[in-house]
Design a protein around this ligand. Sequence first.
Ligand SMILES: C[S@@+](CC[C@H](N)C(=O)[O-])C[C@H]1O[C@@H](n2cnc3c(N)ncnc32)[C@H](O)[C@@H]1O
Ligand SMILES: C[S@@+](CC[C@H](N)C(=O)[O-])C[C@H]1O[C@@H](n2cnc3c(N)ncnc32)[C@H](O)[C@@H]1O
Ligand code: SF4
Length: 441
Amino acid sequence: MVLPRARGLVAVARAAQGRRRVDSAEGCPSPEPASRRAALYVHWPYCEKRCSYCNFNKYVARGGVHEAALRHCLVTEASTLLRLSGVRRVESVFFGGGTPSLASPHTVATILEAVAKAAHLPVDAEVTLEANPTSAPGSRLVEFGAAGVNRLSIGLQSLDDAELQLLGRTHSARDGLRTLAAARRLFPGRVSADLMFGLPAQRLGPWLGQLRELLRHCDDHLSLYQLSLERGTALFTRVQRGAVPGPDPELAAAMYAEGRSLLRAAGFRQYEVSSFARHGALSTHNWTYWQCGQYLGVGPGAHGRFVPQASGGHTREARIQTLEPDNWMKEVMLFSHGTRKRIPLGELELLEEVLVMGLRTDVGITHQHWQQFEPQLTLWDVFGASEEVKGLQERGLLVLDHRGLRCSWEGLAVLDSLLLTLLPRLQEVWQQRSPRPEPGG
Ligand SMILES: C[S@@+](CC[C@H](N)C(=O)[O-])C[C@H]1O[C@@H](n2cnc3c(N)ncnc32)[C@H](O)[C@@H]1O
Ligand SMILES: C[S@@+](CC[C@H](N)C(=O)[O-])C[C@H]1O[C@@H](n2cnc3c(N)ncnc32)[C@H](O)[C@@H]1O
Ligand code: SF4
């Protein structure tokens, strides 16, 4: 049963307030330095069924999921990584997967409680849950709201039943729209939907028709994802065997171009390559990724980027947790975390990430933002004198001005090709820079 809108929302707000520490008597935030702040990602690794195109880290649990054990491990790992990182303020939480809407709301609530115990989780922090459409979405979504979730990302993928079947989805287009409607009633202004394009045999006109239909039903956030045909997936095999046509990259580019124009005309800001928002409904969690903020990755296969301050570290590390859930759980039981890989990021590597991630956004990289990562070489020093960069500016693809470096509207659609010029330029200038004094020397 779907609770009436007001009641559901009051329950959400009460639950959130009861659960989290309030900033101060006036509710004013006491900002922590960037090194003490992070976003937190939680990976739920299970799905009901494998979709034909997906190569994310997901499993179908044949004998059922041992949820109590998994919950215990997620809580343990979250607490450990918060301690190791020295992070005191968690600015957003994202439950992704896999299919985290298959987890029980109790699990989601328990993890959020543990995070709020180990660090400060502001009352208004964005807490997203990815939800797959179902035929009866209402009551579970209410419970997720009561558990502390305040944003939903619905994996709609398509509004065409034949396409959904090709993708191996478990829901119909009608289920997708119903789930979207239920989500909007409960989380108004805080619902996103993912739509894919560039599918085998998909045509421009009908796909634009889907997008127009979605515009009649959607909330304030949409993500458009071009199908990436991944080796090892069932769809890849079918294309290889000639059972279905391979995706057409030129047609996909036309879909992207028309789709983003349609969304712009409908009042959406394209704030990132795949992400569109109106009424300021940008995702703060994903924004942290694009701004190269710190984030902790909890759960099988989760990725993180942070400085392990508690062990005296000064270098940001890329961390990847063990992929396979049972192995990951064994490691968490033994060591309190299942970190499989720790890769210290060199200064140049970090700057490359700042460039690649920042240019995905419409704001690009401001001079202030760049300076936080590289105080000595300015964006002008790196890109100002390059003839190739000037060429990109003259072609109207790139802007370097008093605000910083960013793609134009046209440039954002061909970012990968711009990076073929920008990354080597950064590497070249970095190698030629004057040597820095040894630390402490
Ligand atoms: C990994 S899924 C997890 C969310 C949820 N399980 C679902 O399927 O809706 C997150 C999003 O990634 C996108 N995605 C997954 N595989 C993809 C692929 N091969 N190409 C493009 N997008 C993909 C889908 O749009 C999906 O909504
Ligand atoms: C493709 S994005 C979809 C975001 C959605 N459109 C939104 O606006 O919130 C989400 C997926 O990326 C992956 N993902 C995100 N952050 C991750 C991290 N830190 N570690 C591992 N996977 C991550 C997960 O598979 C997750 O389901
Ligand atoms: S697309 Fe989503 S539901 Fe489908 S297999 Fe991948 S993670 Fe699972």
